[in-house]
Design a protein around this ligand. Structure first.
Ligand SMILES: Nc1ncnc2c1ncn2[C@@H]1O[C@H](COP(=O)(O)OP(=O)(O)OP(=O)(O)O)[C@@H](O)[C@H]1O
Ligand SMILES: [Mg+2]
Length: 428
């Protein structure tokens, strides 16, 4: 009896020690969500100039609301802070307007997950919280009811049409025209809608395409987002790390190393998303090693390890998540699940389709038809998001096999789940 009590109290002591050692061990991440690609930080170092230009172009929205409609193009390559700047600007300007008694709301539409001008304006209506019936109205009627509701509520809006390239490339010409020359169609004395168009095209291409849409008219208000230089990335990483990591866990040597790897002036592509993803992956690797007692902080070696191997594939896929629609994301998720379940490097499209149907069923979505799925897969492959291979050796037929390169499946699945949740939130 006495013996067994001693055994129990000894093992309790062990449990206590285990718990204490876990609590005492310094963590790595204070809040890792602060490094997620969709997180919009409070401050955007090195985007002050763009912010200033935006404010100048939208000044009249606050000073003399309704007098004209601002239209501005933000352009620049991947991960240069266009989306983050637009969202931060939206927050600031709607607050400033409110303080001056102007009811102004900010609306952010990801055009890659819309199909037509009507679906863009449905999204605008949802985010403005207006009561316009969704069904039964054509585009013009829908917009007219929406504008009337805005009149009644004396409401103004800044609408960002993000991923606008997909409008220019995929929308019908009438729809493109309506989005670029809104008030040339919907004449109004009080112009309540203002637009920010976000593009990754080169300026000369944007101007050419917009000129084709709008005849001699050219959009002159353009703001360039240059790829980040190494020095700028250093500041960005430093600032974002302050929010995400415990103090002292990452040193300036790590920021410098990543900044030089990605900086435009040091041979990289100046993509902040990529720089942040590397910092995040290095942090995750260090976290594991710290738990196993093999490291005590994030080191340049961790950065070397993640940037030399598969994680860069993951970053490439992450870059593409913005411009894919919900069903393409579900197909990517099905490929990842298929690869995980079979444990092989390629999975057949048949299998992917099975998983996809299961996912749709679980989430209450209507699955796309076989031909559409096949089309999406081809499109994903042509954008370089996935790799395809014709029949395996010795077999006939057109069934293809797909893969993701070497991206780590668990991180990929996490990122996909977040992107899918976001798309569903905006009601696609
Ligand atoms: N100046 C900055 N300061 C802090 N974080 C930044 C800055 N610029 C970009 N980021 C971060 O880098 C990531 C990419 O930025 P963002 O999504 O705004 O790029 P983008 O130009 O819209 O890219 P894409 O063309 O691929 O959509 C985001 O997580 C964003 O928060
Ligand atoms: Mg963007």
């Amino acid at each position: 009896m006495g013996v067994s009590i001693r055994v129990i109290s000894e093992s309790m002591l062990n449990l206590r020690e285990i718990a204490e050692s876990i609590i005492k061990k310094p963590g790595v991440f204070l809040d890792e969500t602060k490094l997620y690609p969709e997180y919009v930080p409070e401050v955007l170092p090195h985007r002050e100039e763009q912010f200033k230009q935006l404010t100048k172009m939208f000044k009249h929205v606050i000073v003399s609301p309704g007098s004209s409609s601002a239209r501005v193009v933000l352009y620049g390559s991947l991960g240069t802070g266009k989306t983050a700047t637009a969202i931060s600007f939206g927050k600031v300007i709607s607050r400033l307007a409110g303080e001056r008694g102007v009811k102004l709301k900010y609306v952010h539409v990801n055009c890659a997950s819309t199909k037509s001008a009507l679906s863009v304006f449905r999204e605008v209506k949802n985010q403005l919280g207006l009561k316009v019936p969704d069904r039964g109205l054509g585009f013009s009627e829908f917009v007219q009811v929406l504008l009337r509701e805005m009149d009644i509520e004396d409401l103004y809006a800044v609408v960002t049409l993000d991923e606008f390239d997909s409008v220019l490339l995929n929308f019908e010409s009438g729809d493109r025209y309506s989005l670029v020359r809104f008030y040339d169609i919907f004449h109004s004395d009080v112009m309540r809608l203002n637009f920010i168009y976000v593009s990754r095209m080169r300026l000369s291409d944007i101007v050419r395409v917009l000129d084709e849409i709008s005849g001699s008219y050219m959009m002159r208000n353009t703001i360039v987002f240059n790829p980040y230089r190494s020095r700028e990335l250093y500041d960005i990483l430093n600032y974002r790390a302050e929010e995400a990591f415990y103090p002292g866990v990452v040193g300036s040597d790590v920021f410098e190393y990543i900044a030089n790897l990605i900086g435009y002036d040091t041979g990289g592509d100046g993509n902040a998303r990529k720089a942040l993803a590397i910092l995040y992956s290095a942090g995750k690797l260090a976290e594991r090693e710290i738990e196993e007692g093999r490291a005590s902080r994030v080191l340049i070696d961790h950065v070397r390890a993640v940037s030399a191997r598969e994680d860069l594939d993951l970053i490439h896929v992450l870059d593409s998540l913005n411009y894919l629609n919900l069903h393409q994301l579900l197909i990517l998720k099905s490929i990842a699940i298929g690869l995980k379940e079979t444990g092989s490097s390629y999975v057949s499209i048949g299998r992917v389709e099975e998983v996809y149907r299961r996912l749709c069923q679980d989430t209450g979505l209507e699955p796309r038809k076989h031909t559409q799925i096949y089309y999406y897969v081809t499109e994903l492959a042509s954008r370089g998001v996935i790799m395809t291979r014709k029949t395996l050796k010795g077999r006939r037929g057109r069934s293809s096999y797909v893969s993701f390169g070497a991206a780590p499946l668990n991180s990929l699945l996490n990122a996909l789940d977040r992107a899918i949740a976001m798309r569903r939130e905006i009601g696609e």
